[in-house]
Each structure stands twice: as C-alpha cells, then as structure tokens.
Design a binder for this molecule. Sequence first.
Ligand code: GAR
Length: 219
Amino acid sequence: MTTTSGASGSSRIPIAVLISGNGSNLQSLVDAQEALESYEIVVVISDRPDVQGLDRAHDADIASEVVDWNLFESRVSFSDAICDVAERHGARGLVLAGFMRILSSNAINRFTDAIINVHPSLLPAFPGAHAVENALAYGVATTGITVHFVDEQVDHGPIISQESVMVRPDDDAASLHSRIQHVEHRLLPLAVAAFAQGNLTVDGRHVRWGTSTPETEKR
Ligand code: GAR
C-alpha cells in the first residue's frame, strides 16, 4: 500500500511528542518548530514522572501529561491511554523522542504511518534499548542514527533518514552517544517537518521524499 503521511497546506500539523527522560530530542523539536513552520507540538507525554523532558515542555509552555507505565496492567491499556491523551489534544502524529516503551499494535493502527521514532544506530543493526553500548561492544567502526516510521516490530519500520557517525578509538558510550545525539537533533525535526508537510510517501518498506530531500542527500 502507498500512503502519503501528514498533510499538505499551510496549517501546522499537531503532533504529540513521547518521552521517557532527558528530552534533548524534544528540545530540538521545540527549538526548530517556529523555523520549520509545519508542525506544532500540542502535548508532551511521558511514561515516567519527574523527568527533565517534562521541565522542558513546561519551559516551552507546551501541555504535558504523564501516562505512568507502572500504573497500567498491560501494554495495550498503557498504549490506549497514550493515544487517548494524544487525540484529546488533537494530535495527528506521534513522535517517539527517547521514548523507551513499545506501543501496542492497536496504538500503531490508530496512527497509521504517523508515528516517527529516532533510534541511535544504523538500523537494522543494533535495535533495542542499548544500541550505543551494543555498537561499541561489537567493535563497529561506524554507527549512526535512524529516523523511521513505527510498525509492529521493534525498531523496524520504514526508514525516513539515516546518517552515519564514526566510532573513535577512545570512545565510551557517553562520548559516542553525545555525537550521535548531535546528529539526532538535526535529523529528527527535518523528518517531522517533512511528515507534517505531507512530503513523505510510504510504499511498503520504502519512504519516498517529495519535493524536498533528506538532509543527508543535500551534502
Ligand atoms: C536518544 O538518543 C534516542 O535515540 C534514544 O534515547 C535517547 C533519548 O535522549 N532512543 C532509543 O534508544 C530508542 N530505542 P533524549 O531523551 O535526550 O532525547
């Protein structure tokens, strides 16, 4: 099936940003949203209370809600609650920005081709919650970033953009992750903007960019 995500036109597409922690990717989306003029963060949803990302939302005057993973009996009820909050705020897309939970199939179907995740490796290498540590342990010379649509398998959906990051001999997880995040903060807002502009077409595993090209192809 071929679907065009987001929407064309001049109005901004409302999105919900899902976080689990620091929220530096959330911050990059906040900082870019005025310049990119295509999406509006209508709510930040955290699966944990007391995370720095919630302070970032507050500082940016963006609504935030905690959907506490620990208060739900199942992934399905947790995911339903996330979608309910997002829809109540009018969101038409979800951005997983350091969100460390797996959403249910039902949630993915409620936002078909409208959930974007950022992952700190060149997928399909090193999926999961410890991508940076696993890349270092494996001894790869290059790792990177993947921004992709979310499907029903973990860290698997159609790839929107990727960029490589060299591993240095003296890297530890913190130093490598820091350079990876520097790139994430550039790629993620561009991908979300392209989605919001209706500029991304999903065709099976392939994502076609419309009138603009991913940052990686501009160099
Ligand atoms: C980011 O580097 C993101 O790629 C990663 O968590 C970090 C969150 O940072 N996500 C995953 O590992 C998902 N599997 P942030 O809270 O500062 O945006």
